[in-house]
Ligand binder design. Structure first.
Ligand code: ZN
Length: 322
């Protein structure tokens, strides 16, 4: 095992360095993972790159960012195990979620440690590149599970970026009868089409309002998308995306009894949801390949971020350092 390894560090808005950090030591209940690939968490990552905070928290983001931050959608191979680890062995392929412990480095790095119970073990034949975005699969599973009456429903999904495409797949996998996606961008509708019964251009979506959906998952964060979703749903607008501005909850929606319910951190614990997402992935019910627009080495981190910010890519997966 080397003493030192490489990590990405965002040093200030739109600036990054590749630095050397000590290879982290796994605690007794942890494993050391050699990261094979790490995907962008698109909105979070764009905002950190621009110097804005996804939740508008005062004093954030903090620069320099922690080594490896904000990478948290990653897959790799176990290379060492702590003394108390029983369920994982050196050589196992795994997907991880964001660090719940801190302040250790995050996953835009060659190595990270994670507690054994915060990991999904993957099959030996798993393509780790495609497994990297499973952390977002966990968020979609958690979001969809919050809808108690899903089986048999007609589901609407607003916004067909990575989150929207995963919501189409997961609502279908968990029993929705019909899933319909809406987005203004042709490339996104094309990427989403295999996973929906119908995809519709936002400009042509008025007829959907008459038809209605039993529940709508809002994955764009745009006030216009939220407004549309409120008119479309018959019950609840499940706001998965972090809103990018205020939304109008009009008298008419109040009259119809329609509610907005944000995702937040309710529901089953993240590690369980990661393992559920991994099961769906291994069963072919989650396909992450349409989310991966580019695979780039970390030396081109800035290029990937500019592609995301200009909506020319859904996710970048980073792999390699040269
Ligand atoms: Zn994420």
């Amino acid at each position: 095992m080397p003493d030192m390894c490489l990590a990405l560090q965002v040093t200030s808005p739109r600036k990054f360095e590749i630095i050397e950090i000590p290879v982290p030591e796994p605690a007794a209940d942890e494993v050391l993972i050699e990261i094979h690939a790490c995907a962008t968490c698109t909105n979070w990552e764009i905002q950190t790159w621009r110097g804005t905070d996804i939740f508008d928290r005062p004093g954030h983001p903090i620069y320099p960012q922690n080594p490896g931050s904000p990478g948290h959608e990653a897959a790799g191979i176990v290379t060492a195990v702590g003394a108390d680890v029983t369920g994982l062995a050196v050589g196992d392929k795994v997907a991880i979620l964001g660090s719940m412990r801190g302040p250790e480095n995050d996953a835009h790095a060659q190595y990270v440690t994670r507690p054994e119970d915060q990991i999904a073990k993957l099959r030996p034949d798993t393509d780790l590149l495609r497994a990297a975005p499973l952390e977002m699969g966990l968020c979609a599973v958690r979001s969809v599970e919050l809808e108690p009456d899903l089986p048999g429903m007609t589901v609407g999904v607003v916004g067909l970026g990575p989150a929207g495409i995963l919501h189409l797949q997961v609502t279908r996998a968990l029993g929705a009868a019909r899933v319909i996606g809406v987005d203004p961008l042709p490339a996104r509708r094309e990427a989403a089409a295999p996973f929906a019964d119908l995809v519709v251009d936002s400009a042509d979506a008025q007829s959907l309002l008459e038809e209605g959906a039993d529940v709508v998952f809002e994955c764009s964060g745009h006030p216009s998308g939220m407004g549309f979703g409120l008119g479309w749903t018959r019950t609840v607008l499940r706001e998965f995306a972090v809103p990018s501005g205020p939304v109008q909850w009009a008298k008419w929606e109040w009259m119809r009894g329609v509610a907005i319910v944000p995702y937040h951190w309710r529901g089953d614990n993240p590690a369980n949801c990661l393992r559920k997402a991994a099961k769906l992935f291994e069963a072919g019910q989650i396909d992450t390949s349409p989310l991966i627009s580019e695979v780039l080495p970390y030396s081109r981190y800035d290029e990937g971020l500019e592609l995301l910010a200009s909506q020319q890519a859904l996710k970048i997966v980073y792999q390699g350092w040269a």
